[in-house]
Design a protein around this ligand. Structure first.
Ligand code: NAD
Length: 561
């Protein structure tokens, strides 16, 4: 990405060149592995951290036990990571008022200073001497990611979001009107929204919490950020990095809550509510959307609603594809981070003519995946996030076990004795509409289905089946060699995935390279990691200036008496 120049009141600014953050490998014997594992050890040896709300820069601790949430480590339940001091309704109200007080100064701050804050935060997060190992370790132990998975998330993607958002904002600010009638000058201003934005983030990506709060802030908005109660170890550190980078008090208020609905109850009822930046499940998003619709008459403006939600992501194997590539991409897509990525591969379509061989290879490879502690370098994946998730995922597995059209051919064991462990599981089904072919499991469960490729029309029929099976439209991949068939898949599956892959897995979108988001019930598809997203957080004002005075109100076409 080339750097961009922008004219300001006092000269021209040019952002540093923005490129994707290089990833560390954490290979055996590397100094980065030693550094990261040392931070994990510190977390294991520490007393539980007391995590406050942070409102106008003030730390708020609660004495009322009903507001305090104790978080066990997902892979080692005996270890308590932190006590979260959640916001009650009064604290949330106070945070709204504080953000509105901070608004004018933030909005008026020149773009280059806002960019400097987020670019500095990115550098602090990138540096092993400051946050890199600490926040990766927090993501590992707190959210159950292995070394490389946390590097993808809380280093690479988070840093990319901060840097690329600064770049996209500066690009947007440079966009001006090119057409002017004689004697006039037209221009546009990129204003922040009137009021405050609520950012509500999920547990599964530290980077998403950062983007939900920081993208609207980059455009001059003030934010109430409600992180997920199960991702606080990393999200709190991220907030500290933003403070260290110079983010003014009150611009982003850090308000976790023990009861999530308390946040919505206050925020969505406030007349100054101007926008929701949400990532999480479709069910929660639909609930919040509905509340906003009901409350519409209360608001000073029509709120912007940006929501990225669930998925039921597919891999389609064409009979002539590269088999090794298909197997390896499917294993990564389905089982990395225990399938807890919104883009995780969860339904697979395999041609009957090759089915037995492919199924056996998938099973063979899946059996090699070790699940264990996130800081054990031999673990491919670790525990799922919490008991609620564990119960939901094991419920899907148990129902599949009892379903005559399904057979569990790999994994299927679950235990919550030490941590919330679910084995990478493959379900074979003869019913393309069985529960785990249609619904989001959000766990390490892949369902495979053999489609009949003996007829000439097999591809048309299979594409129709893929397109119509699930209510979601997030990600999907096809594996094929034949260009005519690739082209047919791309065309027929146009609306079945907002992020579509050819010979690559359904996961792994990179900021600045594959803008991310899906349609149908997967969200508003406003594309995180792109200029489209930043456009949602600004309300453009058009200004026309006329240089020459009007001498008379009449028109030549109207004959004057
Ligand atoms: P979730 O819906 O349970 O929670 C998301 C956030 O909403 C959390 O902060 C939660 O506390 C909050 N919340 C829940 N009820 C609320 C209420 N009534 N009022 C206000 N806030 C409320 O989702 P999760 O389990 O944290 O995340 C997993 C889900 O997120 C999956 O469905 C996954 O597909 C989706 N996801 C989507 C994307 C994407 O980009 N499309 C990315 C990551 C995760």
């Amino acid at each position: 990405m080339t750097s961009s120049s922008r004219l300001t009141s006092h000269g021209t600014i040019k952002l540093p060149t923005i490129t994707n953050e290089p990833m560390k490998t954490y290979a055996k014997g590397s100094s980065e592995r030693v550094g990261l594992l040392a931070e994990c050890d510190k977390i294991l040896k520490s007393q539980p951290l007391e995590i406050p709300c942070i409102v106008n820069g003030e730390r708020i601790y609660q004495s009322n036990q009903d507001l305090i949430f104790s978080r066990e480590m997902p892979s080692l339940r005996s270890h308590t990571l932190y006590h979260m001091h959640g916001a009650d309704k009064q604290v949330i109200q106070h945070a709204i008022e504080g953000s509105l007080s901070a608004k004018k100064e933030w909005e008026d701050m020149p773009l280059e200073y806002k960019c400097a804050i987020f670019l500095k935060a990115a550098d602090l997060l990138s540096s092993p001497d400051f946050y890199r190992y600490k926040i990766n370790a927090a993501t590992m132990m707190g959210q159950g990611k292995t070394m490389y998975q946390s590097e993808i998330d809380s280093s690479a993607e988070l840093i990319d979001f901060l840097r690329f958002n600064a770049y996209y904002a500066s690009q947007l600010f440079g966009k001006q009107i090119d057409h002017h009638s004689a004697g006039t000058w037209n221009r546009v201003e990129y204003r922040a929204l009137e009021g405050f934005v609520a950012a509500v983030s999920p547990f599964n990506f530290t980077a998403i919490g950062g983007n939900l709060a920081c993208a609207p802030a980059q455009m001059g908005n003030v934010i109430l950020w409600k992180p997920s109660e199960t991702a606080l170890l990393s999200n709190y550190l991220l907030y500290l990095a933003l403070e260290e980078a110079g983010l003014p008090k009150g611009v982003i208020q850090f308000v976790p809550t023990k009861v999530p609905s308390h946040f919505g109850d206050v925020v969505l009822n406030d007349t100054n509510f101007a926008g929701l930046h949400f990532t999480g499940s479709t069910k929660t998003f639909q609930y919040l959307y509905n509340e906003i619709s009901t409350n519409l008459p209360k608001y000073k403006s029509i709120p912007r609603i940006v929501g990225e939600t669930g998925g039921k992501n597919f891999h389609l194997m064409h009979p002539n594809c590269d088999v090794d590539n298909f197997i390896n991409q499917t294993i990564r897509g389905a089982f990395e981070y225990s399938g807890q990525k919104c883009s995780a591969t969860s339904r697979c379509y395999i041609p009957k003519s090759k089915y037995a061989t492919i199924r056996d290879r998938l099973v063979e490879e899946t059996k090699k995946l070790k699940i264990g502690q996130p800081n054990d370098p031999t673990s491919f994946t670790s525990a799922v996030i919490d008991e609620r998730s564990f119960d939901r995922i094991s419920g899907f597995i148990e129902r599949a076990r009892k379903n005559p059209s399904c057979k569990i051919i790999a994994g299927g064991n679950c235990s919550k004795e030490v941590g919330y462990f679910v084995e990478p599981t493959i379900i074979e089904t003869t019913d393309p509409n069985s529960e785990t072919m249609e619904q989001e499991v959000f766990g390490p469960v892949l369902t495979i289905y053999a489609y009949d490729d003996s007829q000439q029309t097999y591809l048309d029929q299979t594409l129709k089946l893929i397109d119509s099976t699930s209510a979601y439209g997030l990600t999907g991949a096809i594996f094929a060699r034949d260009r005519a068939d690739i082209s047919k898949c791309v065309e027929r599956l146009r609306h079945s995935a907002g992020n579509f892959y050819i010979n690559d897995k359904s996961t792994g979108a990179i900021v600045g390279q594959q803008p991310f988001g899906g349609s149908r019930t997967s969200g508003t598809n406003d594309k995180a990691g792109s200029e489209y997203m930043l456009l949602r957080w600004t309300s453009v004002r058009a200004v026309k200036e006329t240089f020459m005075p009007l001498k008379h109100w009449g028109y030549p076409s109207v004959d004057m008496e």
